[in-house]
Design a protein around this ligand. Structure first.
Ligand SMILES: Nc1ncnc2c1ncn2[C@@H]1O[C@H](COP(=O)(O)OP(=O)(O)OP(=O)(O)O)[C@@H](O)[C@H]1O
Ligand SMILES: [Mg+2]
Length: 539
């Protein structure tokens, strides 16, 4: 007797030519048709959530998958799973009604036949200008349907799974990868992220390291208010300022973190001729941050935020871009040239105010590269300078910044990461993702000169924050700490972990405050994934 399960699976898999009839039948019965499309190479928890979300939006779920010949992945090794088996895997899911294999790279042939009521894409497509997606969207809407973005889960990517799976299996860990503490414990054990190794890095490695920070200094100004009522003259919220606070921002807070972590930072930046500038410089002096400043702006860039308790209601940026002219660029280059022989690390931070220009980077990087062990950088917002950080050791853009500079909102995060790393000769990349933590990328240890042609290693670090009060500046804390850790000899995973710890401490406090080694030590003491190491040390 035939296996009833098998028959069921194959009945779900159909050709594109049957979709018009399926669509018409559903519409005839008043059923809402939902459509999803993807490669579904290795089906993972992110896919399940995406498909489940899709099914909840309607009555019948049709999933189309890109056929083997149309999949173009950078390393030529994809798909791992042939299209028939991928279709069978999807058909085995209870909430999937029909599965279809498509020959081209987009879902257009399916949409043309099926006329779905809803076409569901992952959150990362929101705002995407990828031509394939735009064509799909136009078709869906042309047939009277709508495109909806699921909350998505880009943390899990088929590209990252085979390696992670190997590592998890090798350590007898949790294969499902859903228990974050178990995953993190496995990752920490594998890459020597222990209380002992981290303490040694901080105690021996951080102290006295000379780090130059070049970039935009900003004043983050908070106005704490009482929301008194709705105004009388119009239905607008009426605020009453209670008190105000200024925090170091941009390159200034990066330098301040470094000082609090025991390093000797030197800040090179553009400042204003105003009171916030004076206040900032006085604070930096008190923290032991030395500086070279160009007082060429009238006012220090200032970002004003109005809050009621910890809730931000409005942000006003007084931080326009004033790109440096060539004479001022020469002054900054001279300051860097003077420091270069004594630097352990350099951090470049572009917050869009104009201190870092592409010509400045083009001259500074080749001059500094032979002398400075670790060169790191970051941008805030989608900035082209990310592509000018040639041969850097570490960049820490967030996912949106990375995708917009590479111009790719479509392919998997590892593919986009490889693309940037290849383009600029970048050694390590940490893609930060706010509440979803960060992804670390680096070449495999066994890769030689042609490493860009082999696969990257990737490591996912979930956020270490348990309490989020104000996410401002988490990325700056991560960048400062991870760079210092690399300069102290840490591996990328150790550096990423310490950076994430600093980020987690930052999001637990209002405003930007320097994170110290004492803060880090205290934080690490309570981490469950390091518990075994603490017990070991105690015993
Ligand atoms: N809302 C949040 N909840 C939990 N953790 C967070 C949150 N925001 C940031 N983090 C932690 O801080 C790290 C870096 O933050 P994020 O991804 O926001 O960088 P960023 O965009 O460069 O931030 P910023 O520009 O404010 O400095 C994250 O990888 C995560 O570990
Ligand atoms: Mg960042």
């Amino acid at each position: 007797m035939p296996d009833p399960l098998k028959i069921n699976l194959f009945r779900k898999v159909c050709g594109v030519d049957r979709l018009a009839a399926i669509g018409a039948d559903c519409r005839g019965r008043g059923l809402r048709v939902v459509h999803c499309h993807g490669c579904f190479d290795i089906v993972h928890p992110g896919h399940l959530r995406y498909l489940q979300f899709a099914r909840q939006q309607g009555d019948v779920l049709v999933v189309s998958l890109t056929g083997d010949d149309a999949i173009e992945k950078s390393d030529g090794t994809r798909p791992y799973v042939p299209q028939e088996l991928r279709a069978e895997t999807l058909a085995a899911l209870e909430f999937v009604d029909h599965v279809v294999i498509v020959d081209g790279p987009t879902a257009e042939p399916v949409i043309r036949e099926l006329h779905p009521d809803l076409y569901i894409k992952g959150k990362e497509y929101e705002g995407s200008t990828h031509p394939g997606f735009l064509a799909e969207r136009e078709l869906v809407e042309g047939f009277g349907g709508r495109v909806i973005f699921s909350s998505g889960d880009v943390v899990f990517s088929s590209s990252a799974i085979p390696e992670n799976l190997g590592e998890i299996l090798a350590h007898g860990g949790d294969v499902g990868g859903l228990d974050e503490t178990a995953r993190l414990t496995t990752c920490c054990a594998r890459w020597d992220v222990t209380p002992h190794s981290l303490r040694r890095l901080m105690a021996d490695g951080f102290r006295g390291k000379r780090v130059a920070v070049l970039g935009d200094a900003i004043c983050d100004h908070y106005v704490f208010c009482d929301a008194t009522n709705v105004a009388g003259e119009a239905p607008v919220l009426s605020l009453r300022p209670l008190n105000e606070a200024r925090y170091l921002g941009g390159a200034a807070i990066i330098a301040a973190h470094l000082a609090a972590l025991g390093a000797k930072p030197h800040l090179i930046t553009v400042v204003g001729q105003d009171e916030p500038t004076e206040e900032m410089l006085a604070r930096l002096d008190a923290l032991g941050v030395t500086h070279t400043t160009l007082p060429i702006r009238r006012k220090l860039p200032l970002k004003l935020r109005y809050l009621v308790e910890a809730q931000k209601l409005l942000k006003v940026d007084h931080a326009d871009a004033q790109p440096l002219d060539s004479a001022n660029q020469r002054t900054l280059l001279a300051a860097l040239a003077e420091l270069r022989s004594e630097l352990d690390a350099l951090i470049l931070a572009d917050f869009g105010c104009g201190t870092l220009t592409t010509p400045l980077l083009a001259q500074a990087l080749p001059m500094l590269r032979p002398h400075v062990n670790v060169i790191a950088g970051d941008v805030s917002g989608p900035r082209r300078t990310l592509l000018a950080f040639h041969n850097a050791d570490l960049l820490t853009p967030n996912e949106r910044e990375l995708r917009s500079v590479v111009g790719d909102f479509d392919r998997s995060l590892p593919t986009v990461a490889i693309s940037l790393m290849r383009q600029i000769g970048l050694k390590n990349l940490a893609v930060t993702m706010g509440a979803r933590g960060c992804l670390l990328f680096r070449p495999r240890e066994d890769a030689r000169e042609d490493w860009f042609h082999s696969r990257l290693r990737s490591e996912y670090l979930p956020t270490l924050a348990s309490r989020v009060i104000d996410p401002l500046g988490a990325g700056d804390a991560l960048l400062a700490t991870a760079t210092l850790a690399l300069a102290a000899g840490a591996t990328l995973t150790q550096a990423g972990y310490l950076g994430s710890a600093a980020g987690a401490i930052t999001v637990g406090r209002i405003g930007n405050n320097p994170v110290s080694t004492a803060d880090l030590q205290n934080f690490l003491r309570h981490r469950p994934e390091l518990a075994a190491g603490h017990r070991h040390a105690a015993g």
